[in-house]
Write a new protein. Structure first.
Length: 213
């Protein structure tokens, strides 16, 4: 479920993730996954695969969560990755002699259906069960969103996409996984539903639907 809203502060570099095109018949190219790569985002399984968390460095991933890791290669555009149709799945438990890890191209729909029991599960997007506000320090709409959440006594995590490169990469990964291209902030992740901008009624309704309010 993705909702496009209207009130937002422009943030050109917040998350450049164009929607994926689905016209190419060939699968996306192979990628190199290794600890020295700084442009990869990992979504790794936790709670016996019931949900995924996001990491921007390989050593952030717990040893028991290194199989079936979804890898986002930010050096390629969503079109090159065919992000709407395919994902890269790696086994990060043991590196080869050259320091790389085995990685395969998988159907996004088949992988998510296997994880969630549906054809549209959001598990691989790297979203948790709470609320994350992707913001900037100067954005008035961001400040209003955080005031609303505070007044509603809804716990949330605030991530500044200008101050933190990892927060920006995390947002890029989530947006690209859902075929989105945010043009500003805030972007509010409500337990896997990305809200683009701020609309008070929609935010409240989404929180209620997720049983967070």
């Amino acid at each position: 479920m993705v909702l496009a809203l209207t009130a937002a502060c422009p943030a050109e570099d917040a998350a450049e993730a164009p929607a994926a095109k689905e016209t190419s018949a060939a699968p996306p190219p192979a990628i190199r996954v290794a600890a020295d790569r700084t442009d990869l985002v990992y979504s790794y399984p936790v709670d016996s695969g019931r949900r995924f968390e996001t990491a921007t460095a390989l050593d952030e991933i717990p040893a028991d969560s290194r199989r079936g890791v979804v890898v986002m290669d930010l050096s390629m555009s969503p079109e090159e990755r065919q992000a709407g149709r395919y994902i890269y799945v790696a086994d990060l438990s043991d590196a080869s002699d050259d320091g790389t890890y085995p990685v395969a191209v998988a159907s996004r729909y088949g992988f998510e259906a296997k994880l969630t029991g549906t054809s549209t599960g959001a598990g691989a997007a790297g979203s948790g069960d709470g609320v994350v506000v992707y913001s900037t320090s100067w954005c008035g709409a961001c400040k209003k969103a955080k005031r609303l959440l505070t007044s509603w006594k809804v716990p949330f995590e605030d991530k500044d996409v200008e101050a933190s490169a990892s927060a920006q990469r995390e947002l890029q990964a989530k947006a690209a996984a859902q075929g989105l291209r945010p043009s500003g902030v805030p972007v509010i992740d409500v337990a896997g539903t990305l809200l683009m901008g701020l609309d008070e009624a929609t935010l409240k309704r989404t929180l209620q639907a997720k049983k967070l309010l």
